[in-house]
Design a protein around this ligand. Structure first.
Ligand SMILES: [Zn+2]
Length: 269
């Protein structure tokens, strides 16, 4: 089917395809990338940190683009993939992700991996802050109260495999939004199987058989070693439970948790 639109006497033919409605935002994407490319091409560079070294500029011949070193996984908290695509193409929302995975397994790539998406917000993992600057953001179409589809998980695993290999991302650095923004975020929800991911080499899982926890074991410090910001212990524990003990909605450390954390801290060290 073809639609004909008339603008001031000019007739434009648009093939009716799912992406037609994004023609103008795709243009905006290109324009913004062009502006960043222009910035990168400045010679000698104007130092964006405000230092005045331009007079002694000598351009090196040896460099490449910075690469992402983390993957942060989200659920969209919306009901339809189209709603999320719309959210991420409206300037006023100021949010985005590199990839959106729909319920049927379709993967929408929305931003070059080498550019910074606005998905993690205020965040901390280990000593890393500003996760947006160092991560790929993946949003899974899911309202937070439903299971993730098999097609989504299959697409996700394929995508993670590609990203891990392309950028040499360490196994420990596949994490969730709730992990890096405890208290503020709870995604991906308790329906998300981090164990499945860990079995494929994305993030770690625990083994509690034959674990002897020493009496002086400090579970909170173990949470810190895994990566959690423990400034507010209760919410750090909540995020840990969403990820590793999804059936447990308490915010307290049990003996079973001590076993889990004693094992996990060794993997994340
Ligand atoms: Zn999120």
């Amino acid at each position: 089917m073809k639609r004909i639109l008339a603008f001031g006497g000019v007739i434009i033919f648009l093939a009716s395809c799912a992406h037609n409605k994004y023609t103008s935002t795709n243009k905006s994407y290109k324009k913004q990338v062009k502006n960043y490319a222009k910035l990168l091409g400045e010679y000698p560079i104007k130092d964006s940190a405000g230092l005045k070294y331009a007079d002694n500029w000598v351009g090196t011949t040896n460099f490449s683009m910075r690469r992402p070193n983390f993957v942060v996984i989200h659920h969209t908290a919306q009901n339809f993939c189209d709603s999320t695509l719309r959210t991420f193409t409206l300037p006023r929302t100021a949010v985005s992700a590199h990839y959106v995975i729909c319920k049927d397994g379709t993967v929408h790539h929305m931003l070059n991996d080498l550019l910074r998406a606005h998905h993690a917000g205020v965040s901390k993992w280990g000593n890393a802050t500003d996760l947006n600057s160092m991560s790929i953001g993946i949003e899974i179409d899911n309202n937070g109260f439903e299971p993730f589809t098999e097609a989504q998980m299959n697409s996700l695993l394929q995508l993670l495999d590609r990203l891990k290999k392309a950028y040499n991302i360490p196994q420990a650095n596949f994490i969730g939004h709730a992990d890096v923004a405890p208290g503020r975020k709870v995604d991906p929800s308790r329906y998300f199987s981090w164990q499945t991911l860990a079995e494929k080499g994305f993030g770690f899982w625990f083994d509690t058989t034959n674990v002897e926890v020493p009496p002086d074991f400090n579970a909170l410090q173990a949470l810190r070693i895994v990566g959690y910001n423990i400034n507010k212990p209760e919410i750090a524990i909540q995020s840990y439970k969403i990820h590793f003990v999804p059936q447990d909605t308490t915010r307290t450390i049990s003996d079973a948790d001590k076993k889990i954390l004693f094992d996990l801290e060794k993997k994340y060290q």
